[in-house]
Design a protein around this ligand. Structure first.
Ligand SMILES: [Zn+2]
Length: 113
């Protein structure tokens, strides 16, 4: 798996090398975006939702941009113990989306880019 990822291009980002960091047991990759910025991305996210560095000003704003105010709110409420089902209803999104937001926000906390 590691070998297959190395040197591959996912959308606009190139997986350069694996880091020693892990996210939910998955290797976190050091990636370089076409715009020149670097980003750390868990291997399982590559080719799924991450296609660019997602930083403001990047030519391609892929999934996982800087967290929106809504994402921050969702995450704060999750940490306070609100259920994903309840939050999904409140924000009019699917529960899968709530989990995505949670994972994205967790990664931001755990991995310093
Ligand atoms: Zn970029």
């Amino acid at each position: 798996m590691t070998l297959k990822i190395k040197g591959r291009k996912y959308g606009q980002i190139l997986a350069v090398r694996p880091t020693k960091k892990r996210f939910h047991g998955n290797v976190v990759w050091h990636c370089v975006c076409d715009c020149g910025r670097t980003r750390l991305v868990p291997g399982t996210w590559l080719g799924r939702w991450v296609q660019s560095c997602g930083k403001p000003g990047c030519s391609l704003r892929g999934a996982h941009n800087e967290p929106s105010a809504r994402s921050k709110t969702v995450y704060r409420l999750l940490k306070k113990g609100e259920s994903p089902t309840e939050l999904a209803r409140k924000f009019g999104v699917t529960r899968a989306r709530i989990y995505q937001i949670r994972d994205a926000m967790r990664l931001k906390e755990e991995v310093s880019v």
